[in-house]
Design a protein around this ligand. Structure first.
Ligand code: NDP
Ligand code: MG
Length: 332
């Protein structure tokens, strides 16, 4: 069973009198900065000078400085830039100020696990990863609640790294909900596998393959779009609220019978074997290496794949149908 920490296990005093730099005032950053401040902690924030988020941070009444200046004066430095922006910013603007006894914090383990950010040995390094987008981290805190989070220690130089991390999680409101102990390796590998096998890769492949099957069989693309993409949200919402059982209880008996008898034929033994291979590539670092190299070479394969995907007929019919849905905000 997982180790779970709650309010009683965390003590804010480990961070009292310590300046906390929140670098990046985006989805996570704006929530971390405001929650920590309202928990009585001392926060300085940063973003790209002159950017909309920099201005927003000032409007929110926070002290805003360059990454360099914020890192220089902070005892805890939380990196909430986008993951691919972190390595160069760390080398140039953070490392010189990550002096002995300070702590570096992250909300995702990729860069540390795959050595894209290598902190000095005399720093503490921890992760507090809320399991929700930033706006919910903020809203739950304001309602006196919190979102669950993961916590992990990569490097404990002070002997108090876990306590500092737990204090940080408490300041965010996460210990109100529960904070699960993990490792950088577990968080990163499961995150990558999840987005590849299910959340992004698996789901989009399933949508396209089912849409193509119907259209090739002569059905109208508009009708195929509704069945294979649009209605997915309804089902995912039910699963999110009450698990597979609640979804199955809510759909018709015919739908449930089709689910139980046909689902295992879609995700068959061959698919499960492929999932194991994909997990292997995550675990042995092959995926991370491929991804890092691709990004360094200015993303040739990535750009080509993006362009090809944008031309899939489901995207065209989708744009036309979504224009008929007045409740949706335009995303194009
Ligand atoms: P966002 O992209 O929302 O925010 C990043 C912010 O950093 C933006 O405001 C960006 O500005 C700014 N920024 C970019 N480059 C620099 C720079 N050189 N100097 C200063 N500021 C800069 O990121 P997220 O909040 O989504 O992600 C932050 C971290 O949190 C990541 O490690 C992510 O994996 C993790 N995480 C994210 C979750 C989520 O739901 N979003 C959930 C849990 C963890 P601009 O927009 O102008 O580029
Ligand atoms: Mg993820």
């Amino acid at each position: 069973m997982a180790v779970v920490y709650y309010d009683k296990d965390a003590d804010l005093s480990y961070l009292q009198g310590v300046k906390i730099a929140i670098l990046g005032y985006g989805s996570q950053g704006h929530a971390h900065a405001q929650n920590l401040r309202e928990s009585g902690l001392d926060v300085v924030v940063s973003d790209l000078p002159g950017s909309a988020n920099w201005i927003q941070a000032e409007k929110d009444g926070l002290e805003v400085k360059t990454v360099r200046d914020a890192a220089a004066e902070a005892g805890v430095i939380m990196m909430l830039l986008g993951d691919s922006d972190q390595p160069p910013v760390f080398e140039e603007e953070i490392r010189p100020h990550l002096t002995a006894g300070k702590a570096l914090a992250v909300a995702h383990g990729f860069n540390i696990l795959f050595n894209q950010v290598v902190p000095p040995v005399d720093a503490d390094v921890f992760m507090v990863a809320p399991k929700s987008p930033g706006h919910l981290v903020r809203r739950m805190y304001q309602e006196g609640k919190g979102v669950p989070a993961l916590i992990a220690v990569h490097q404990d130089h002070s002997g108090q790294c876990l306590q500092k991390g737990l204090a940080y999680a408490k300041g965010l409101g996460c210990t109100r909900a529960g904070v699960i102990a993990t490792t950088f390796q577990e968080e990163t590998e499961t995150d990558l596998f999840g987005e590849q096998a299910v959340l992004c890769g698996g789901v989009t492949a399933l949508i396209k393959a089912s849409f193509d099957t119907l259209v090739e069989a002569g059905y109208q693309p508009e009708v195929a779009y509704f069945e294979c993409l649009h209605e997915l949200k309804l089902i995912v919402d039910l699963i999110y609220e009450g698990g597979l059982e609640w979804m199955r209880y809510s759909v018709s008996d015919v739908a449930e019978y089709g689910d139980l008898t046909r689902g295992p034929r879609i995700v068959d033994e061959q698919v499960r074997q492929e999932m194991k291979k994909i997990l292997q590539e995550v675990q042995d670092g092959a995926f991370a290496q491929e991804c890092i190299t691709e990004f360094r070479m200015n993303r040739p394969r990535f750009t080509a794949l993006r362009r090809k995907e944008a031309e899939h007929p489901i995207e065209k019919v989708g744009r036309e149908l979504r224009a008929m849905m007045p409740w949706l905000e335009k995303k194009e």
